[in-house]
Design a protein around this ligand. Structure first.
Ligand SMILES: *[C@@H]1O[C@H](CO)[C@@H](O)[C@H](O)[C@H]1NC(C)=O
Ligand SMILES: *[C@@H]1O[C@H](CO)[C@@H](O)[C@H](O)[C@H]1NC(C)=O
Ligand SMILES: *[C@@H]1O[C@H](CO)[C@@H](O)[C@H](O)[C@H]1NC(C)=O
Ligand SMILES: *[C@@H]1O[C@H](CO)[C@@H](O)[C@H](O)[C@H]1NC(C)=O
Ligand SMILES: *[C@@H]1O[C@H](CO)[C@@H](O)[C@H](O)[C@H]1NC(C)=O
Length: 453
């Protein structure tokens, strides 16, 4: 694996006058001499040195200290249009608007992502840089995912007028105005925070902290099996807290909620799912259990969740067609946007058999809506009402359904329409999970029911 060098020119404790406190990172130059994506593919049809990538950039900076907030660029910014291999004089400033009340500053983390389109599918590079305010100026290197292709470089400078937390005197400014451009200092390696469970050092089964967007910590359950590591992004069950999944707005599903854990009720958050797009090709595994019995293990390749602006549309390709998220009625969950009972994108409550199963039975009336999901077929809802198990029987008895008018936690395991020509199958599993993985799916033990017990 080739190393990518990051030129880091520090312009610390500068004496430039400003109103109040400030902390800013200047992204000065980006250099991709090979004009290739991270996976080695050329960006243009020319495919030779000197024909570069037209590039979109996203940057996020998080300063550490007290009373500092996250600093995010609003959206992807296009930084070149003419296949330049080097974007010099970029001079893009990432700064924090909430600095006035800051009283301490210990450093910052910067993540810069580069891709050829604003949807960040074709990634050129992904830099994660940590700088501590007492760190000397220098040239830093880190190892990234740029296998088998020429390295790229990024050059940044930073500036603050906030003194570090220290009992010793604030160092004299070493530079005023002119960015530092080089050093003979020995390069140091900046560890990359784990974006998923497979990157957690010496990962063991249990709750771990990962950084799906490279910056923001998220607690997640990691399952380390003999054939690979899973990052569990959704789980339902009767272990731990019985929490409601019945939120009214799509935005209520943007962030993580619940407690990660085996058999617990947990949601990783749609924004975190989206943050993993393009980082690696993720596959999704869904496990459905009734009691300790494994009912189905479904696998989907190239799992991706779109932006909030596109209502977190789900895309993936099914390992077995016609079941689960690929079950087809007038639509499929694969390619559906995320909806709730007050915010429908695609189908509506009145055309969704999850909520209209009884609409033909005049004496009972329509079912009650529960839980946000990618309602494309309306045959599935892993965020449905969690029914307590009834002696290892996950069929919802009609009298229970009559009483509650709510279907449960369900997912089609057979193709074709369900009972009475509806899309639903009247099962409610009492333990399910959605887990991401990046290893070869042919190594999976499809009979492994360890999650169910
Ligand atoms: C943050 O700022 C507020 C006022 O601006 C101040 O009251 C508070 O003590 C500060 N918090 C910390 C942890 O310094
Ligand atoms: C990970 O495991 C290796 C081998 O057992 C060990 O040398 C290393 O210190 C461990 N790293 C951490 C961070 O625990
Ligand atoms: C759900 O989202 C709405 C709109 O953003 C917000 O007002 C409400 O507080 C959220 N509800 C919960 C339970 O988080
Ligand atoms: C969870 O709580 C709801 C509301 O209190 C209750 O109706 C339901 O039976 C509970 N589910 C389980 C699995 O205990
Ligand atoms: C499960 O419950 C359904 C509905 O009550 C019933 O028809 C079925 O016979 C039960 N199955 C088993 C294996 O107990």
């Amino acid at each position: 694996m080739l190393k990518t060098s990051v030129l880091l020119a520090c312009l610390a404790f500068s004496t430039i006058a400003a109103d109040g406190n400030y902390f800013q990172v200047l992204i000065r130059e980006i250099d991709n001499p090979a004009g290739t994506l991270k996976n080695g593919q050329p960006c243009s049809n020319f495919g030779f040195l000197g024909a570069g990538c037209n590039t979109y950039m996203k940057a996020v900076a998080t300063a550490s200290g007290t009373n500092l907030s996250d600093i995010n660029l609003p959206d992807a910014v296009q930084i070149n249009k003419n296949m330049e291999t080097r974007v010099s004089n970029l001079n893009f400033v990432v700064s924090d608007g909430y600095l006035d009340s800051v009283d301490a500053f210990t450093g910052f983390d910067l993540r810069v992502r580069l891709a050829t389109e604003s949807n960040f599918i074709n990634i050129i590079d992904d830099y994660i840089i940590h700088v501590s305010s007492n760190q000397e100026q220098g040239v830093y290197t880190y190892t990234n995912l740029r296998d088998g292709t020429l390295p790229t470089t990024i050059s940044i400078a930073w500036s603050t007028n906030i003194a570090p937390q220290s009992t010793t005197a604030t160092p004299e400014p070493t530079t005023t105005g002119v960015p530092f451009t080089g050093s003979t200092a020995v390069p140091t390696t900046t560890p990359k925070p784990p974006v998923d469970c497979s990157e957690v050092v010496n990962v063991t089964t249990g709750v771990q902290t990962i950084y799906p967007d490279g910056m923001t910590p998220v607690s997640v359950y990691c399952d380390q099996t003999s054939y690979g590591t899973y990052t569990v992004i959704q789980s339902r069950g009767t272990t731990g807290q019985n929490i409601s999944f019945d939120f009214p707005s799509v935005s209520n599903y943007s962030a993580a909620f619940g407690d990660p854990g085996k058999g617990n009720n947990y949601w990783f958050g749609l924004d975190n799912m989206h943050a993993l797009n393009g980082v690696k090709p993720y596959a999704l595994q869904i496990d459905l259990c009734c009691g300790t019995k494994l009912i189905a293990k479904q696998i989907y390749h190239n799992f991706m969740v779109d932006t909030a602006a596109n209502n977190y549309k789900l895309t993936a390709t099914a390992d077995i067609s016609g079941v689960g998220l690929d079950y087809a009625s007038s639509g499929k969950d694969l390619a559906a946007q995320f909806s709730t009972f007050t915010e429908w994108h695609g189908k509506s409550k009145g055309t969704c058999d999850q909520f209209e199963f009884y609409d033909d039975a005049a004496d009972i009336g329509p079912s009650v809506a529960y839980g946000g999901w990618w309602y494309g077929s309306c045959g599935n809802n892993l965020n449905g009402f969690l029914y307590p198990s009834r002696a290892l029987n996950c069929t919802v008895p009609l009298e229970i359904f009559d009483q509650n008018k709510m279907l449960g936690v369900n997912m089609r395991t057979t193709p074709g329409q369900g009972p009475g020509g509806y899309d639903v199958d009247l099962q409610s599993y009492d333990r399910v999970r959605m887990a991401l993985f990046t290893f070869d799916s042919t190594t999976i033990d499809r009979t492994d029911s360890s999650f169910c017990s």
